[in-house]
Design a protein around this ligand. Structure first.
Ligand SMILES: Cc1ncc(C[n+]2csc(CCOP(=O)(O)OP(=O)(O)O)c2C)c(N)n1
Ligand SMILES: [Mg+2]
Length: 575
């Protein structure tokens, strides 16, 4: 046999070909790879599955993650055994914490070479145990379909999560018998199953909401995962419910809705909207978490919600309910469970809720005006270096409902969540809030562009975080995936410096960088790039970049002393 995908003498497909066919059956059109496992990639290319070629595996995993978040289809990343596999740990860990289904197909050493120090051999199952829901090795060519289906079901059902399947190189080129029972199901869209919460609990939740004086919904990333934004909007309108969201829940509701509270958590410091809506949260008597992990940042160190409130929690993952806030348990798919809740509420008198609506809307209107006033000076600032708030103001004016906004970790995530407006329920703002790792933003944006090539993608990254993934500039050029990449060059590890300043009154020697010409780096990769230093240039440059059919990189020279409204900085830094 001269090449690995060639059919065997008996013309029985190889295991690699059967895997490729199974992936096609599940609707896979794109995989993020770098040629390995070669037999598999060749077989996939033969079937028309596009290989988007990453430069580093950790970026490739983040691309698959961004693709999965934006399509609600499983993201596929493939890699070589050993060193390449180890580089998949960071993106899979992010996907695990953020509940995103990614399938890592990882080459394994030949079966006869196992456990005798083969070249680049490491125990992959143990390696991936902490960052996947399911990690297995395929050892028998007759079980290809069983294992591909098991892997995909594990990823796309229940709490969505990454999974890893190890594929021995010798097995991939073996003839593989078909599954004894035929398999025709397409399992690659998520959520795969949509179980509904216990109707008794749903009725009780409806009762609590209908009678609440001051209810509050807290929407998390699960609303997007379950594609429940339309139902959440219906619930918001039907029962006049104020809806707040976490960073992962950004976009779950329309920011212009009179009942949208906006971003809450540890980002309710000076100049935030949330700061002005604290009384609404403090006064809440019934609080419903919807698809939220109730994590540290989303709850401002688990201090945000009043101890007197009754909690309701809707989530597909039963173990996420009651970690900190004992709650009425609505365990089920969010969309279906919200639909059941809406049905229950439609059968009830909602007079109490309607009577309260006008006052809540007025409270939100007043808060928005106060917030606008507190921000006007920085948002209109002509200063040099640029204020990030000015950049965000200009960008906000150019967003369309089909724009995907992506941020890297650190301040970029807080800027997009607190300073941009979701134009419609279901608009997407992606950021690596699973683990908040630096470097995820740009590759997630590449994945989001691959997911929806016709829609604009804009990515905001700090200079420190972007330093992790410069090499992927060549990827967007080669793959012709147009991303508007905005680098906030403040020449500093901003959050690091500020957090150390608050905690220790000083910071280490790591925080300041030497000057870097990011625009020149991007141009060296064949991309259009500009450095922007004047506030007057921000809007035209952004408009031009967003209107381009190619990647444009804007390096925005920003103020190293600017920071988003983290509560931990209140009164401890400049403002
Ligand atoms: C992989 C990784 N390494 C380290 C950190 C810790 N960390 C969080 S924010 C930050 C500074 C980021 O600087 P930059 O990307 O330039 O963004 P800025 O805060 O300046 O806007 C660091 C080092 C992290 N979150 N992830
Ligand atoms: Mg920086």
């Amino acid at each position: 046999m001269t090449h690995a995908t060639a059919r065997t003498m008996t013309d029985v497909p190889t295991a690699a070909q059967r895997i490729a066919a199974a992936l096609r059956r599940h609707g896979v059109e794109i995989m993020f790879s770098q040629s390995l496992p070669s037999a598999l990639i060749l077989a996939c290319e033969d079937l028309g599955i596009r290989q988007i070629v990453y430069r580093t595996e950790n970026a490739g995993g983040a691309m698959a993650d961004g693709y999965a978040r934006r399509t609600n289809r499983i993201g596929i990343v493939t890699a070589q055994n050993g060193p390449a596999a180890t580089l998949l740990v960071p993106p899979l860990a992010e996907a695990l914490k953020a509940s995103v289904p990614v399938l890592a197909l990882v080459q394994e050493v030949n079966r006869p070479h196992a456990d005798r120090n083969a070249f680049q051999e490491i125990d992959h199952v143990t390696l991936f145990a902490s960052c996947t829901k399911w990690a297995r090795r395929l050892t028998d060519a007759s079980r290809v379909e069983d294992y591909i289906d098991m892997a995909i079901v594990a990823a796309t059902s229940g709490r969505p999560a990454p999974v890893a399947l190890m594929l021995p190189a010798d097995l991939l080129i073996e003839p593989a018998a078909p599954a004894p029972y035929s398999r025709t199901a397409r399992l690659g869209a998520w959520p795969l199953d949509r179980p509904v919460a216990d109707p008794v609990a749903v009725a009780e939740a409806a009762e609590l909401i209908a009678a609440a004086r001051c209810p509050l919904i807290v929407a998390g990333g699960g609303v997007h995962g379950s594609q429940a934004h339309e139902d959440l909007a219906r619930l918001q309108a039907l029962a006049a419910l104020p809806v707040a969201y976490t960073m992962m829940g950004k976009g779950a509701v329309d920011d212009a809705s009179p009942l949208t509270v906006g971003l809450i958590g540890n980002v309710m410091g000076a100049r935030s909207l949330g700061r002005h809506l604290r009384p609404l949260i403090d006064g809440a008597d019934v609080i419903a978490f919807v698809g939220s992990r109730t994590n540290q940042n989303g709850t401002d160190n688990w201090t945000l919600f009043p101890k007197t409130a009754r909690f309701i929690h809707v989530d597909i993952e039963s173990t996420e309910i009651g970690r900190t806030y004992e709650a009425l348990r609505l365990v089920g798919d969010i969309r279906e469970t919200l639909r059941a809740l809406i049905k229950e509420l439609e059968g009830r008198k909602l007079q109490v809720r309607r009577d309260k609506a006008e006052a809540i809307e007025a409270q939100i209107r007043t808060a928005r005006a106060a917030r606008e006033q507190a921000n006007t000076a920085v948002a209109m600032s002509d200063s040099r270096p640029l204020r990030p708030e000015r950049i965000l103001r200009e960008l906000n004016a150019l967003l369309t409902p089909n724009t995907t906004v992506v941020a890297d970790a650190s301040y970029s995530s807080a800027w997009i969540a607190g300073y941009l407006d979701s134009r419609v329920a279901g608009m997407r703002f992606l950021s690596p809030r699973g683990l908040a790792g630096l470097g995820w933003g740009f590759p997630m944006a590449i994945g989001a562009k691959a997911a929806r090539p016709a829609d604009p993608v804009v990515c905001l990254a700090g200079d420190g975080g972007f330093g992790h993934v410069w090499s992927e500039l060549e990827t967007v050029a080669r793959e012709e995936l147009a991303v508007t990449l905005l680098i906030l060059n403040n020449q500093v590890l901003g959050f690091q410096k500020d957090a150390e300043t608050v905690k220790f009154g000083r910071y280490t020697g790591a925080c300041h960088f030497s000057p870097v010409d990011h625009a020149a780096v991007a141009r060296a990769c064949g991309l259009e790039a500009h450095r922007v230093e004047d506030a007057a240039d921000v809007r035209p440059r952004l408009a031009e970049a967003l209107g381009s059919s190619r990647t444009v990189v804007l390096e925005l020279m920003t103020d190293p002393d600017a920071y988003p409204p983290l509560t931990m900085f209140d009164g401890a830094l400049g403002y």
